[in-house]
Design a protein around this ligand. Structure first.
Ligand SMILES: [Zn+2]
Ligand SMILES: [Zn+2]
Length: 146
């Protein structure tokens, strides 16, 4: 995404374009690992030494409020963010904390049961699969996931 396209996107979202916001958003769009605010901060710090962790938190919250990033409900203590706001689902490892994407046809909004429509208005829906990833299982073969 070019800087010009990004400026346009920010303007449409009612967000003032700043270099710090640009760097945080760029890091989010490039990330595939659903980073925490602290991870984003470490990645961006090289290009913006004056950027504080607090600003990264506030920038992510502003981007989230405008639908430019989403928060992954991983269940961990640390908030994890996703620069890919397209419909997809998540695999969360409870041991190493890695979060991977997956897509599942037949798990879209049109497939929700009538009880959901009766409950209220749905914005989005995602499946969260939690367990122990293959990599972690390989490190300790006698541990079975529960
Ligand atoms: Zn793992
Ligand atoms: Zn994702």
């Amino acid at each position: 995404m070019t800087i010009e396209a990004l400026k346009e996107l920010f303007a449409q979202s009612g967000l003032k374009f700043t270099n710090q916001r640009y760097l945080v958003y760029k890091a989010m769009v490039e990330a595939r690992d659903h980073p925490s605010a602290e991870t984003v901060w470490r990645r961006v710090r090289g290009e913006a030494p004056a950027l504080s962790l607090d600003t990264v938190y506030r920038t992510l919250a502003a981007l989230e409020a405008r639908g430019l990033v989403t928060r992954v409900p991983s269940g961990g203590d640390e908030g994890r963010f996703d620069g890919d706001v397209g419909p997809h689902h998540h695999l969360v490892c409870l041991r190493c904390g890695c979060i991977e994407d997956f897509t599942m046809p037949g798990a879209g909004l049109a497939d929700l049961p009538p009880t959901v429509a009766a409950w209220g208005r749905v914005r989005d829906a995602q499946v969260l699969v939690r367990g122990v990833c293959r990599k972690c299982l390989g490190q300790n073969d006698n541990t079975q996931p529960h």
